[in-house]
Structure formats: structure tokens, C-alpha cells
Design a protein. Structure first.
Length: 121
């Protein structure tokens, strides 16, 4: 007659897969895009060399793949959140374009929010 309001909330597995697939698709495509010449100028401004562009692309692809698997989701989210947080900080303090960091900051916050709401499974 009375429902237990303190029990764990049930999550819709289809919604979980859609969210994880969306995150994975976004980061795999963003990581693959880092291998295109359009990113050369930004990574030159950062000053770490072009190896860092390739490294960032691989990290984004790997993080996106890890988010797909339920048992590696947290590691993938942590990897991607660190990448986006670092991107925001680099854009603010190294490149000197704080307005450009809004998107990477928003993605960072979104990843943290997603993890926080799904951390108990």
C-alpha cells in the first residue's frame, strides 16, 4: 500500500544507453577530429607540440569507448572530465581566450553532473 521512498530509484536502461552512447559518439567524433589539420593552430598556441594534439585525440576516443561499457563508465567519465577541465584551463590561462573555454567548461560540468547522478548503481 505504501511505497518505500528511501529505496534506490529505478533507472530506465534504455535512457542510460542513449546517454552513454551520446557521450561516446560525441567524444569519439571529437577525438577523431583532432587528427585533422584544423586543430594545428590551436595546439601550436598551447605550445606542447603536435604530439599533444594526437594524444588528446586518443584520450577522447578512449574515454568515449570506456563510457560505453557499464563497468568502465566511471573511468571513462573521469578521463573525459579531466580532459575537458584541462581544456578549459588551457584556454583561459595558456591561450588567453577565456570566452572560448565556455563550451569545454559546460561539457566538464555536464560530465560531472551525469556521473554524480549515476554514481550509485
Amino acid at each position: 500500500m505504501f511505497e518505500d521512498s528511501t529505496g534506490p530509484e529505478l533507472r530506465n536502461p534504455i535512457t542510460e544507453w542513449v546517454l552513454r552512447c551520446g557521450i561516446a559518439l560525441f567524444f569519439v567524433s571529437a577525438g577523431a577530429d583532432k587528427f585533422q589539420p584544423g586543430w594545428i593552430k590551436l595546439f601550436q598556441e598551447i605550445g606542447f607540440g603536435q604530439w599533444f594534439r594526437y594524444f588528446t585525440g586518443v584520450v577522447e576516443i578512449l574515454g568515449g569507448a570506456l563510457v560505453l561499457l557499464p563497468w568502465t563508465r566511471t573511468a571513462g567519465l573521469a578521463l573525459l572530465a579531466c580532459t575537458m577541465g584541462s581544456a578549459a584551463l588551457l584556454l583561459i590561462f595558456v591561450v588567453g581566450r577565456p570566452a572560448d573555454s565556455i563550451i569545454s567548461s559546460a561539457i566538464f560540468i555536464g560530465l560531472i553532473f551525469y556521473w554524480w547522478n549515476r554514481r550509485i548503481d
